[in-house]
Ligand binder design. Structure first.
Ligand code: 5AD
Ligand code: SF4
Length: 456
């Protein structure tokens, strides 16, 4: 059916959820609902949820909790819980949010429209947490995109079968399935036609792309995407260290559009903990992979994910993680305190770590990394880097270009994914320009366009 009205989507969680929310927006649009940023105007509100950590899940329930009151004054508003928490909770979600209309699991998106029809025609509640063979074949409706969007996510595979013992993903996103290369290339071509310059390919373990289907490997998929004219940069996440192949390392080295940056989650530097996490590699194997990578791509930027306070992690295990950070010198890290998830096996492990202790370890780790992030940024001072211009800068440097009324303060990202601010009288969003780095700060770089002008 076709309706008319407005849809508000609240996205919590990872990049994959951002992509999924765009899919939901496309479906809603085809049913006549325009996207709005004004929740008060909305006829349908979707909360696309994340259950990776307790905090994300609570954020979803607290957002939906606000509708207890709103629904009394706007009873026709359709309230939807979508995504990972929806998949995990199913009809139990009604116990905490009784006024929910639709619980839409991670693989139920293609049936979203028919559930809206059911609610519109008087049905009280719908729960759909059924499996689907492939959820990502439909191409996006580019008219739903924000203007000036030059960077987009493209999910290339769904699910995960690695079963890391702390992680809910295999339970809430099902088994691993890859999209066909043709379908992915078609989507990226469409995005490029709409003005997109950079794409980030998403999957829980992109290194195993196509393996189950017997299709082309991930590095070969990268090569096919590299051939699409108009695309300027290719990024991808996430690589699992156990499957990082020499073929992928060569692809990063050889394919001109693939960024010189790798996100390779290590999770812990302790072999005991890695084993309990079921990660499938040792500290030594991880370090060797990094050596292989640095041999081929000496300037590559590295980032990682770390969990501190996993059950039975001693101070000694934690110190092994600290030592690994010192040894590798990552450009940046995402670090988390272990969060107990009842559907993941580690919830039943003995020797759970005290919350205060986890927080303390997290702070110690973040403080150490701050030093390396800044060190890596400082190493770029005096060098020139390619920057993809994203828009006007949200920061102003003190005393910056006061007398240059024709200067716009702009920002963009380096290949290593660092934010770079620079003044320019004449760049366009989506341009790639060479910026000479003048200053490095903990979370950004400042410079000026090469060959353009100098500032003091
Ligand atoms: N607790 C804390 N962090 C977690 N992650 C996944 N599950 C948990 C959990 N239960 C982290 C991992 C993963 C990132 C996306 O989230 O570091 O790489
Ligand atoms: Fe979770 Fe491990 Fe799969 Fe990543 S690889 S989604 S951490 S189970």
């Amino acid at each position: 059916m076709k309706y008319s009205g407005y849809a508000y989507i609240n996205t919590i969680g990872c990049q994959m959820n951002v992509y999924d929310s765009e899919k939901l927006a496309s479906i809603l649009r085809s049913y006549g609902f325009e996207k709005t940023e004004d929740m008060d105007k909305a006829d349908i509100v979707v909360c696309n949820t994340c259950s990776i950590r307790h905090k994300a899940e609570e954020k979803a329930f607290s957002f939906l909790g606000r509708f207890a009151k709103i629904k009394t004054t706007r009873p026709h508003l359709i309230l939807v819980m979508a995504g990972c928490v929806a998949q995990q909770e199913g009809k139990k979600a009604f116990a905490r949010v009784p006024y929910l209309d639709i619980v839409l699991g991670t693989q139920a998106f293609s049936r979203f429209g028919q559930h809206i029809d059911a609610i519109k025609s008087g049905k009280q509640k719908v729960v759909d947490i059924k499996d689907s063979p492939m959820i990502y074949e439909a191409l996006p409706d580019i008219s739903c995109f924000d203007e000036n969007k030059i960077s987009k996510f493209v999910t290339i595979m769904q699910g995960c079968e690695n079963f890391c013992t702390y992680c809910v993903v295999p339970y809430v996103r099902g088994r691993e399935r890859s999209r066909s290369p043709q379908n992915i290339v078609e989507e990226i071509t469409l995005l490029v036609e709409a003005g997109v310059k950079e794409i980030t390919l998403l999957g829980q373990n992109v290194n195993s792309y196509g393996q189950k289907e017997g299709g082309i490997s991930f590095p070969r998929l990268l090569a096919r995407i590299n051939d699409i004219s108009g695309i300027q940069r290719i990024r991808f996440a996430t690589s699992h260290p156990k499957d990082l192949s020499l073929e992928l390392i060569s692809a990063i080295r050889d394919l001109d559009k693939v960024c010189n940056h790798l996100h390779l989650p290590v999770q812990s530097g302790s072999n005991k903990i890695l084993k309990k996490m079921n990660r499938g590699y040792t500290r030594e194997k991880y370090l060797n992979r990094i050596l292989d990578l640095k041999k081929e791509c000496p300037d590559i930027a590295l980032s990682t994910d770390i969990i501190v306070g996993f059950p039975s992690e001693t101070r000694e295990d934690f110190n092994d993680t600290m030592a690994l950070l010192r040894e590798i010198e990552f450009d940046s890290i995402f670090a988390f305190a272990y969060s107990d998830r009842s559907s993941a096996p580690a919830a039943k492990f003995s020797n759970q770590i005290d919350e205060n202790e986890k927080k303390e370890r997290l702070n110690i780790l973040l403080e150490l990394q701050e030093y390396y992030t800044q060190k890596k940024n400082k190493e770029l001072v005096g060098r020139s880097v390619d920057v993809l211009v994203e828009g006007k800068s949200n920061k102003t440097r003190e005393g910056f270009e006061k007398n240059r009324s024709n200067m716009e303060q702009m920002q963009g990202r380096s290949e290593s994914n660092k934010i770079v601010h620079f003044p320019s009288p004449h760049v366009n969003i989506g341009d790639i320009i060479k910026i000479k780095i003048k200053n490095a700060y903990p979370h950004s770089l400042w410079g000026h366009p090469l060959g353009d002008f100098e500032y003091k």
